[in-house]
Design a protein around this ligand. Structure first.
Ligand code: HEC
Length: 175
């Protein structure tokens, strides 16, 4: 039984080798030489020749592949720019979003002496200081008569722009 298995295994390997060798010797070489000649008219570096022939191993797909590359070349650049711009724009959360997530826990109810958002009387004197001062105090932190406003409300992953937007949102709601 072992002998038979061994013979079958050897036979199988031999057949696989023949099939593989036949594949290499036959169509592939013809296919590779044809596109290579065409491509070489434009470039003469041997490395480029090898890379191109490896990528475009089938002559039938070569024209399509080239056309695709030419057409696709420009849009990805634009898309990349648009994507980058969109990412940049959306990476800053809005004032309302920041307020709800990071500030409302104190300012919704006036916890710990914080001026309650929507309570115009609590905000009049503060708004009179100017929005720039409020933004600076909210960003750096502020110890006032009423209590302690922690830097960025304790939101250390908030960008300065996000704190500004949150302050603007609070001021707009409290006039
Ligand atoms: C832990 C509670 C707490 C959190 C959270 C908090 N605040 Fe405050 N905030 C206060 C207190 C208390 C004051 C009042 C300090 C005073 O005037 O004595 C205050 C005051 C302020 C003022 C008025 C500053 C001034 O100059 O009068 C602004 C603006 C403000 N907070 C913005 C924010 C923003 C924006 C957030 C969220 C990113 C936030 N706060 C989160 C407690 C908090």
């Amino acid at each position: 039984m072992y002998k038979l298995q061994a013979i079958l295994t050897v036979l199988g390997l031999a057949l696989a080798n023949i099939a593989f060798a036949g594949h290499l010797d036959g169509t592939t070489v013809d296919q590779r030489t044809a596109p290579t000649g065409k491509v070489l008219q434009q470039g003469d570096a041997p490395i480029v020749e090898k890379v191109v022939s490896t990528i475009e191993s089938q002559p039938e797909t070569q024209p399509q592949a080239s056309a695709e590359v030419e057409v696709v070349e420009q849009p990805p650049a634009k898309e990349a720019v648009e994507t980058a711009a969109a990412t940049e724009a959306s990476s800053f959360r809005g004032g309302e979003e920041i307020y709800s997530a990071k500030c409302a826990m104190c300012h919704d109810a006036g916890i710990a002496g914080s001026p309650k958002v929507g309570d115009a009387a609590a905000w009049t004197a503060r708004i009179a200081k100017g929005e720039a001062v409020l933004i600076e105090n909210a960003t750096k932190g502020f110890q006032g008569d009423a209590g302690m406003m922690p830097p960025k409300g304790g939101c250390f992953d908030c960008a300065d722009e996000e704190i500004s937007a949150a302050v603007e949102f609070m001021v707009a709601k409290s006039q």
